[in-house]
Ligand binder design. Structure first.
Ligand code: MTE
Ligand code: LUZ
Ligand code: MOS
Length: 791
């Protein structure tokens, strides 16, 4: 009765569909609870002259706090302390909290908020990457990873291209906005319930800002209604606002942002600018690549430098390039600080690389996939990355060949080419792109986890880890692991809410590695308890005449037995009771640290990743030449996830991640007004994929890879990698548009309908079909329609 490898439903599936799963805002109100909100900066960049809260304070029942009221430190931040709980002198983005307001009812809070007066002196807001570059406004140093002699290799290259790619950001669009409940306890203690991917960090920042010790603060997270990286660091500010009010009033205090506010004041995926120069042979072999990445970091560092580091570590995607130089610079702007988002800088890197391949293919007039396959990392040679890590157990060639075959790539490519010469109304594109995603936090320290496993005398088990559940299925897999360790049915194992009281100094649930890290720690803990139970069982079996060493004791189906004579078996609960009688410890703490990972950011060399999760996607798109309308008609995915612990959960992650990536590359355009106001702040103005955008023909398959032994159960991390596969959709659009003009279009990402229409118009209007629209104002829609009708 093994549960590992089975498609058991999500551990909270029934609660989710019955509406019984408790999210933070569902927790019943506590006695004397206060509702917390804030008044934010009126400008994207300004100096505070006066903050008048007197009138607001006079509203009955209302409490109001400013920076001066913060008892410990007003400054905080995940890496550098460059953020403030409440802005004291200067505001750095529109809506940045300046005044915290709380009262028993929301109506009172609204009344008080309206009475707060903020007098501010406008300062110049910098919003875009080009402006930040012009003003040399950067966060941290420019980082670099290089190998070989790029300048010489570029100079000697048979073929040479250069260009740039503009990549947009992405809103996380989790269904549960940021929320937190702070409950004061005895002697300064504070319990924070938070919708966070990183309870230990909430604990640390709350302690820091309130002037408490970490031992006085507990952070608890039962689950999130989605995180996607948006709650890796940015749950801190709401938690701090609630904690400040709770500390000052000694009453429970709760905050839950409405979705529009969440959109407006929290960070997103980083917009990027990538400038490249590439050298290659006449037949498409890459010899040199130089890419300079610039990201829009927003007002503070947050995780931007780590995100950029992952960009540099994925800038060659799946290709061996002998001479490379990648640089990364984070721009400081007056926007909310951009942050982790599924893929963490990897998607931008892969899109930039695949854009280069599409440009090369158009230039050489050969199939882009041929270039991809030709340059793919090899098994025994051409298998060292620019940062010096050897690509071991490389399944990329198998994945590419397997998908090209199963997706009928050759036949369908010819058909698409032929279609484009024939159709006067539509364009087709087909792109097959690989992904090689490095698994591990690039900061080695974070690759550790601890777990707590407790076995009760009735034979049931509680498991606690520092990992948080955001829908990805972590708890489902942890439960399967623990159940298998003890040979128990899933129903005997419960996963407890994540709490810093039970698991300490934890890493964020991020980098797709939380099953790897927490799961292995759980297995370690279970193994220790198993050993003790096996000793008890071996003695009990001896009494029944079976001579069996503890090592021979098997845990299966709720029983323990000698693996050589399974007929004589003892119930798990009996052994547990006996162990208790004999005063044997039935609880254990497990610990795991990923072996052998380390990366030196100064030299840009090392082994940052424990292994890679590989995959490939073949996406076919159909574009309406008259409207720019885009349909993703068929997608084939093939991923190497090693041995899957739960194929259904993994499938969900692959499909969900891919579709989320499709949104990033096609429809999700962030749009801002001149004052830095986010115009696309709700689903009416920001278009995420809906069910009709999911490819009608969507084929998802997994590489058969039972030989993987590197990670727990032989599995591989799945959370983020599939998002990057969606770059295939953007590449297919670029290919389709290339067919419309004589040269590839300067297509930005996302390829929205408007963007596609502009590029179609550009292809029509100039012989080069390229570059014109960068200078010219956008033509009126009527002109565009007229232009496209004759394409
Ligand atoms: N899946 C769901 N349903 N909801 C989420 O918020 N976050 C993604 C991914 N899958 C997310 C998700 C991100 S950004 C990461 S890093 C991983 O899940 C984190 O979980 P894991 O380490 O358990 O894979
Ligand atoms: N978070 C982080 C991440 O702090 N470091 C990482 O390397 C990382 N990678 C992916 C997602 N989140
Ligand atoms: Mo995911 S971006 O690592 O939270």
């Amino acid at each position: 009765m093994k549960s590992l490898g089975q498609s058991s439903p999500h551990e909270s599936a029934h609660e989710h569909v019955r509406g019984e799963a408790v999210f933070l805002a569902d927790m019943p109100p506590l006695h004397n609870e206060l509702w917390v909100d804030f008044v934010g900066s009126p400008l994207a960049h300004c100096r505070l002259r006066a903050v008048d809260v007197d009138a607001a304070r006079r509203v009955p029942g209302v409490v109001v706090f400013t920076a001066a009221d913060v008892p410990g430190h007003n400054d905080f931040g995940p890496v550098f302390h460059d953020e403030e709980l409440l802005a004291a002198k200067v505001c750095q983005y529109l809506g940045q909290p300046v005044v915290a307001v709380a009262a028993p009812s929301r109506a009172q809070v609204e009344e008080a908020k309206a009475l707060v007066r903020i007098d501010a002196e406008p300062l110049h807001p910098v919003l875009t990457i080009p402006e930040a570059i012009a003003r040399k406004q950067f966060i941290g140093p420019t980082r670099r990873i290089a190998r070989g002699d790029v300048a010489a290799a570029l100079a000697q290259a048979e073929e040479h291209l250069s260009g740039e790619l503009i990549l947009g950001g992405q809103e996380h669009f989790y269904l549960e906005a940021h929320a937190s409940l702070a409950v004061p306890g005895e002697a300064g203690a504070m319990t924070i319930y938070s919708s966070t991917q990183h309870p230990s960090e909430i604990q640390a920042v709350v302690a820091h800002c309130l002037g408490l010790t970490m031992s006085q603060v507990i952070c608890v997270c039962k689950r999130m209604g989605g995180g996607f990286g948006g709650k890796e660091t940015q749950a801190a500010l709401p938690a701090l606002l609630a904690a400040l009010v709770a500390y000052k009033t000694r009453r429970p205090a709760r905050i839950a942002l409405d979705c529009d506010t969440d959109f407006r004041i929290t960070g997103k995926r980083h917009p990027y600018l990538a400038r490249y120069e590439v050298g290659f042979t006449h037949d498409g072999r890459l010899t040199a690549l130089k890419t300079d990445f610039y990201s829009n970091g927003g007002f503070s560092a947050d995780l931007s430098l780590a995100v950029m580091e992952r960009t540099l570590l994925h800038a060659e995607n799946a290709y061996f390039i002998p001479n490379v130089e990648f640089t990364g610079t984070v721009c400081k702007t007056n926007l909310p600080s951009n942050t982790a988002f599924r893929g963490f800088g990897g998607p931008q890197a892969v899109a930039a690389m695949e854009n280069v391949i599409e440009e090369m293919a158009a230039h050489l007039d050969i199939d882009a996939y041929r270039i991809r396959r030709l340059n793919c990392y090899g098994i025994d040679k051409n298998n060292v990355t620019p940062y010096g890590q050897v690509v071991q157990n490389n399944t990329l060639p198998a994945v590419l060949d397997g998908l090209a075959r199963s997706a009928d790539y050759e036949i369908r490519r010819s058909a698409a080419l032929e279609f484009n010469t024939r159709s006067r109304t539509h364009l087709k594109g087909l792109a097959l792109t690989p992904v090689k995603f490095g698994i591990s936090f690039t900061r080695a320290t974070l690759n550790q986890a601890n777990a707590l496993v407790n076995v009760f005398v009735d034979g049931t088990v509680q498991v606690s880890t520092g990992g948080t559940e955001m829908g990805q299925g972590l708890n489902t897999k942890i439960r399967q692991l623990a159940a298998d360790q003890f040979g128990l049915p899933l129903g005997s194992v419960r996963i407890m809410p994540t709490s810093t009281e039970k698991n300490i100094n934890t890493s964020p649930t991020a980098a797709s590695a939380s099953t790897d890290l927490n799961g292995t720690a759980v297995v370690q803990a279970c193994a220790a308890i198993r050993q003790r139970l096996a000793e008890v069982a071996s003695r009990l079996l001896a009494a029944k005449g079976i001579d069996c060493s503890p090592a021979q004791v098997d845990f299966d189906g709720g029983f323990l037995c000698d693996s050589r004579c399974p007929e004589t078996r003892l119930r798990f609960v009996e052994i547990v009771r006996q162990a208790y009688e004999e005063r044997v410890d039935l609880g254990e703490r497990g610990f795991y640290a990923t072996p052998g990972v380390g990366f030196d950011r100064e030299s840009g060399q090392g082994t940052p990743f424990f292994y890679y999760t590989n995959g490939a996607a073949a996406a076919e798109v159909l574009i309406d030449r008259f409207t720019g309308d885009l349909q993703v008609t068929r997608v084939d995915l093939l991923m190497d996830l090693g041995k899957s612990m739960n194929p259904a959960i993994d499938r969900g992650q692959v499909i969900g991640g891919f579709v989320q990536g499709m949104g990033w590359v096609t429809t999700e355009a962030l749009s801002y007004g001149p004052a830095g106001e986010l115009w696309s702040c709700s689903p009416t103005t920001y278009k995420v994929p809906n069910v009709t955008d999911v490819p009608a023909d969507f084929r998802v398959d997994f590489l058969d890879n039972p030989t993987n032994t590197k990670n727990v159960y032989g599995s591989k991390a799945v959370g983020e990698p599939p998002l990057l596969l969606a770059v295939s959709v953007w590449a297919a659009v670029k290919q389709a548009l290339t067919a419309a003009g004589r040269r590839p279009p300067h297509l930005s990402l996302p390829a929205t309908n408007e963007e596609i229409l502009l590029r179609l118009a550009a292809a029509q209007e100039t012989p080069a079909g390229n570059g014109l629209l960068e200078q010219a104002p956008a033509p009126a829609l009527a002109e565009l329609t007229a232009a496209t009708e004759t394409v």
